[in-house]
Design a binder for this molecule. Structure first.
Ligand code: S3P
Length: 170
């Protein structure tokens, strides 16, 4: 069974994916980490040296590659992955379950405030401007996220709760 987690930056895709995979006994892959290993460079460096378009092409290629690679897999995607090209179509076709980990704008602002450094898209946004930026960005992206097979509301829930609720969806 292939399970794909989608959602905005800092929505918990990697932490949820890692624990979920461990509990299910599945392979876990984080698309950003996979790209970093392939390129032997951090996402931050790929963005600064080659630019976002180059990153999006890589992300698109690697998405299909990893989804073909394992039978039992939990894949955490990047926040932008479903929103470019036909990536969401690929996710829907190649996975058994896709789950949108949904968080409110205030919850995302709270999480992202202290975790901007390795995220090129928000790195230069002042904390006081984050609510407006995330609000607009999420509005553009939600249309892709909500195409996922399941939408799971995650506000106020701890990691274990989210993982157990995801398991009930499978
Ligand atoms: C991005 C999110 C990042 C990473 C890249 C671009 C985005 O992943 O793929 O910085 O477009 O939202 P996380 O969602 O794990 O932060």
């Amino acid at each position: 069974m292939r399970v794909v987690l989608v959602g905005y930056m800092a929505s918990g895709k990697s932490s949820v994916g890692k624990l979920l995979a461990r509990e299910l006994g599945f392979q876990f892959l984080d698309l950003d980490e996979y790209i970093e290993e392939q390129q032997k460079k951090s996402i931050k460096t790929i963005f600064s040296e080659k630019g976002e378009i180059f990153f999006r092409k890589l992300e698109h290629e690697m998405l299909s590659e990893v989804l073909d690679k394992y039978q039992d897999l939990v894949l955490s995607t990047g926040g932008g992955t479903p929103c470019y090209g036909n990536n969401m179509e690929t996710i829907l076709q190649k996975s058994d379950h896709s789950i949108y980990l949904q968080l409110s704008i205030p919850a995302l602002v709270e999480r992202i405030k202290g975790e901007k450094e390795n995220r090129p898209l928000v790195k230069n946004i002042k904390n006081e401007d984050l609510p407006e930026f995330i609000g607009k960005h999420l509005f553009e992206r939600s249309q892709y996220y909500v195409e996922a097979k399941h939408v799971l509301e995650c506000d106020g829930k701890d990691l274990e709760t989210v993982v157990s609720e995801v398991k009930q969806l499978l």
